[in-house]
Design a protein around this ligand. Structure first.
Ligand SMILES: Nc1ncnc2c1ncn2[C@@H]1O[C@H](COP(=O)(O)OP(=O)(O)OP(=O)(O)O)[C@@H](O)[C@H]1O
Length: 713
């Protein structure tokens, strides 16, 4: 709590003049509030009892003057403090937001979004509320001190009694203060957890609906809320107890001093005016104590809020500019990974001894199965993370010796799902180069081949793209993102699965645009779709964090039994119509599926005609675990996740399948329930074969039935 006071005081001290004026104004108000009850003594003892009318007039005039001065100064103080208080609060908002911009990527994987938002929504607001109450807090505390001093001036024995009794009012805060603070801190943490749950739930609505998880999530939320209720009731009760015990203390104190004061006045040790003034001051003292106890919960909440805000402000970015770092002059020669070892956590090893060189002006592609480390390479190239061992070098300079700003200003990046901000198309493109003129934005849009579309919109470049760019199609969003990446004319262009989430026709069109744009630059592309990497100068095939193979497309195809060759065979053999609605599969390709491997070409040719094409959007459930199976699926393009229920009935991801993978082959032979749920992660195009068609065909070749039965066992 002391550190909270220290932080608040240092915030005020940044505005010394305003703080001094504020304190001066408070002193005038304080003088008035103390003088008012004391005036009874002067009016009764000096004017009414001795019948001194002139004294009465003077005293009343002084009272009116001080009252007027207090009102005017009070108004001035309100105005000034409103400005000062909001400035201090907005300083905290600014510091916190600035901190978020500086923290490294790992922080965002460690801390939940809801927790961060809650530091703005709950914690900063409780600090804000308390800061606005600071004048009352100061008036109450200083008033308490001044009133007690005046009591001594009136009758020191009685005042001593009051002071000895004063701790009675403080027993509550002393005994329950820490408990109330702990309860308030836990409550704030739980508020942050709830914010995280709600935020995640809103984003996950398609999955929740697809899996029918509404009741499960309502039950889980009920558990959370039950915990919240307990914490909230504990926190409120601690505050009530502090309030109640303080009021009881004040009541006792008043009773004691009024009894003793009356006895003293009865025996002539105290004038009637002093007794009245004493009682009036005691009453105002009890108001002050009540105000302090009313402020105590706000103070406690602000203290725990400040603790959480400080925690965030004290976070240090794991990747930051080194003091000796210099600016990367225009990228000229090559990017190098030298024996790089990296893990997201100390226990993990996600890249192992990676050494490679990407010369300027070349096209490097990283391919490999899901989880093989492709995006991790990009994370190190962008210096979102630092390697544990080894180094990443640009033009021979270790990335740690280069300022982050100069490094990233040379790079343009397009992600799989590009985030567009809720503003105009013009602003979204300009984010790539904030100082760009309108002409530069239009030029970038032309290069990304989206200018004509933008001009066809009623508001043209001023069109609002909606939340996350939701008013544009996936392909249009990607083109805006491409324009945003190239507007800065980057020396290095990174494509992180830039076209994987698009339908075939859009992907083909955007690939044409990219091909043109990448001809003159250093391009680093990450993709699981090998056709997108075919023209790369060097393809790196990653497997479990290591480079398993590297070379040009031709060289890799020549490696017999190589991973690339196998993946290539798996992903080719399908011919997709231009609109993406019809896929032809070759007999040769069908032969690669174990279930068809013993069939001859003419038979496979027949089967190939019975395959239907099915397209699904992202986030759709294709198959539910337990449903009866009647189809064999082949993924022509796209990614799906395979989910299985564990013993608690919760769906767990067991695999990710992509282009060329297949599932459900048993369904061609038997009607048994599906053993897993299949959910799309990107738009997916399948070819499917119905059991009834297959069974009809296979009846014509009886010996195959027995072979297949044997295989399926
Ligand atoms: N932030 C993270 N914290 C911990 N582990 C992570 C993190 N990001 C990725 N990983 C793990 O690192 C490994 C490599 O992940 P990476 O994203 O580089 O794979 P990828 O080849 O790009 O896969 P995909 O094609 O599915 O995107 C995976 O095992 C993944 O689970």
């Amino acid at each position: 709590m002391l550190s909270f006071v220290r932080h608040i005081v240092s915030s005020f001290l940044q505005y010394k003049l305003q703080t001094t004026l504020l304190l001066a104004a408070l002193l005038v108000e304080l003088a008035y509030e103390t003088f008012m009850p004391l005036s009874f003594k002067f009016i009764i003892d000096m004017a009414i009892v001795p019948h001194q009318y002139s004294y009465l007039v003077v005293i009343l005039c002084i009272m009116v003057f001080i009252a007027l001065a207090s009102v005017i100064i009070g108004l001035y103080r309100d105005r000034m403090f409103a400005g000062l208080g909001s400035r201090i609060v907005t300083d905290y908002y600014r510091q916190l937001f600035g901190k978020l911009q500086n923290l490294s990527t790992d922080f965002y994987h460690r801390i939940n979004g809801g927790d961060i938002v809650s530091r703005f929504n709950n914690d900063l607001i409780s600090i804000d509320t308390f800061i606005m109450l600071i004048p009352y807090a100061l008036l109450s505390i200083l008033g308490l001190i001044l009133n007690v001093t005046v009591l001594f001036f009136l009758q020191w024995q009685l005042a001593l009694l009051a002071v000895i009794g004063l701790p009675l009012c403080l027993i509550g805060p002393k005994l329950f203060g820490q408990k109330a603070y702990d309860a308030s801190y836990m409550l704030k943490e739980e508020q942050a957890n709830i914010a995280t749950v709600v935020q995640e739930n809103v984003s996950a609505q398609p999955v929740i609906k697809a899996f029918g998880l509404q009741q499960l999530f309502i039950r889980r939320f009920d558990d959370r809320i039950a915990n919240y209720r307990t914490l909230s009731s504990r926190s409120s009760f601690s505050n009530f107890v502090i309030d109640r015990t303080t009021n009881m203390g004040t009541m006792l104190l008043n009773l004691m001093t009024i009894c003793a004061g009356s006895v003293l006045a009865f025996f002539g040790f105290l004038s009637v005016g002093s007794l009245l003034a004493f009682s009036a001051i005691l009453i105002s003292l009890s108001y002050l104590v009540a105000a302090i106890t009313w402020l105590a919960p706000q103070f406690i909440q602000a203290t725990s809020g400040m603790q959480r805000v400080r925690e965030l402000l004290d976070e240090q970015p794991s990747v930051a500019d080194n003091e000796m770092a210099s600016s990367l002059q225009h990228f000229e020669r090559e990017i190098e990974f030298r024996n790089v070892i990296f893990g997201y956590t100390p226990e993990q090893r996600n890249l192992n001894s990676i050494s490679l060189t990407i010369p300027k002006g070349t096209y490097a592609a990283f391919v490999g199965a899901s989880g093989s480390g492709k995006s991790t390479i990009i994370n190190l190239l962008m210096r979102f993370y630092d390697p544990q061992q080894g180094s990443v070098l640009y033009d021979g300079t270790n990335i740690r010796e280069i300022t982050l700003q100069s490094l990233r200003s040379q790079i343009g990046i397009v992600f799989q799902e590009s985030f567009l901000f809720r503003s105009s198309i013009m602003e979204n493109i300009r984010l790539g180069k904030p100082e760009a003129s309108d002409e530069e934005v239009i030029h970038a849009a032309r290069s990304a081949e989206i200018h004509d579309f933008i001009m066809s919109l009623p508001d043209g470049y001023e069109t609002d793209v909606g939340e996350r760019g939701g008013r544009l199609s996936g392909g249009q969003r990607q083109r805006v993102a491409i324009a945003r990446a190239i507007i800065r004319n980057p020396a290095i262009l990174i494509l992180d699965e830039a076209t994987s989430a698009l339908d075939p026709a859009t992907e083909a069109a955007i690939n044409m645009t990219l091909k043109r744009l990448t001809a003159t630059r250093t391009v680093i592309s990450v993709t699981h779709r090998l056709a997108s990497a075919e023209h790369a100068d060097c393809i790196y095939v990653l497997h479990q964090g290591e480079i398993a193979e590297l070379g040009s497309h031709q060289q890799l195809l020549e490696l017999s039994g190589g991973r690339y060759k196998q993946s290539w065979q798996k992903q080719t053999g399908f011919e997709i119509s231009e609109d993406g609605y019809h896929v032809e599969v070759s007999a040769e390709r069908l032969k690669l599926f174990p279930i068809f491997s013993d069939m001859d070409d003419s038979f496979l040719q027949k089967i190939s005609h019975f395959f239907a094409t099915e397209s699904y959007a992202k986030d759709r459930t294709i198959i539910h675990e337990g449903d009866s199976g009647d189809k064999f699926y082949v993924i022509v393009r796209g990614k799906v996740e395979v989910l299985k229920k564990d013993e608690f009935g919760e769906s767990k991801r067991v695999a990710i399948l992509s282009d060329g993978d297949f599932f459900g082959e048993v369904a061609l032979l038997h009607n048994i329930p599906r053993t897993a749920t299949i959910h799309t992660q990107t738009p997916v195009v399948f070819i499917t074969l119905q059991r009834e068609f297959f069974q009809d065909l296979i009846k014509q070749v009886p010996h195959l039935t027995s072979i297949m039965e044997a295989r399926s066992k």
